[in-house]
Design a protein. Structure first.
Length: 289
């Protein structure tokens, strides 16, 4: 069983392999796997019998992901000598493993759960519970009536890169260990914006970038991978959140705004949009029964 280290050239193959994925987990998406390929030493198996992902370093442990595909799961278990760790599993996938295999070492960390929302909720922000976000957006529209919302293109990507540098270096934010990797790969995304082929939206105020979002659709779910904005522009984040959803979400579908990584501010913000589900992710070791 051959796993190939993921490169940007694999984006189309990953899109094809994950076209029917319905786990709604942000980690299992084409652009995310390409983006974090070096940080987690990601490789992929793309065969006639399905798709499988190998994470060479998930907290120092090798683990795999594949859907509820018994022949492929059993091939991975055999490849690992009789027992294999699987990670980034949804609740439904975890249930499948427990029903069909001898499982142990079940792990779950709240900090890495995804925030899942009904698309219509974020697209409309309707109802009393979203009055705060609507007020912020109204303030933004009043203060910046000429703000432009456009897609990121090869023509404006350099302006977005300049904003990224300011975001990571000049806005006074505490710089986490992973921020350097994220910054470098955002520059790669922006340099290769057409090859990544994602959903993008950038806000220009007075001809300068004030914020942007990048994401992709997998199955019935719009996954928001990147969301950066200059909070000196009052109301910019709610304006960006709704505008991105309005442009790219599908009625009847979902929006995944990823995890909060245990950051208190992010947790408060993500909860304030009233998720329909905190989408749990599990890791386990599986053996044949």
């Amino acid at each position: 069983m051959e796993f190939k280290k993921v490169t940007l050239d694999d984006i189309e193959g990953l899109k094809k392999g994950l076209a029917d994925y319905r786990g709604r987990i942000c980690d299992i998406s084409p652009a995310n796997l390409v983006f974090w390929r070096d940080y987690y030493d990601i490789s992929v198996y793309l065969g006639d019998d399905g798709i499988a992902v190998r994470f060479g370093d998930m907290d120092g442990v090798v683990s795999y992901w594949c859907e509820a595909n018994r022949p492929l799961i059993e091939k991975i278990i055999a490849h690992e000598g009789g027992a294999a760790r699987f990670s980034c599993l949804s609740q439904e996938e975890t249930d499948f493993f427990f029903q069909n295999y001898s499982c142990g070492e079940l792990l779950h960390e709240r900090d890495w759960d995804d925030y899942l929302y009904r698309a219509e909720d974020i697209m409309t922000l309707a109802g009393k519970r979203y009055c705060g976000q609507r007020n912020h957006i109204n303030k933004f529209n009043k203060l910046y009536p000429d703000a432009k919302f456009v897609e990121i293109t090869a023509q404006n990507a350099e302006a977005v890169k300049k904003f990224c540098y300011g975001y990571f270096h000049e806005f006074g934010r505490e710089r986490a260990e992973v921020a350097g990797y994220e910054e470098d790969l955002l520059y790669e995304q922006l340099d290769c914006i057409e090859r990544y082929s994602q959903h993008t939206l950038v806000i220009f105020i007075d001809e300068a970038v004030a914020g942007f979002s990048i994401g992709e659709t997998v199955g019935d779910t719009l996954i928001v991978h990147t969301e950066k904005a200059d909070t000196r522009f009052a109301g910019i984040y709610p304006a960006l959140v709704r505008a991105f959803a309005e442009r790219y979400a599908t009625e009847g579908g979902y929006i995944n705004r990823e995890e909060d990584c245990g950051e208190a501010g992010l947790r408060i913000s993500k909860l304030s949009y009233h998720p329909t589900e905190i989408r749990k992710k599990y890791s386990l070791v599986a053996r044949l029964k």
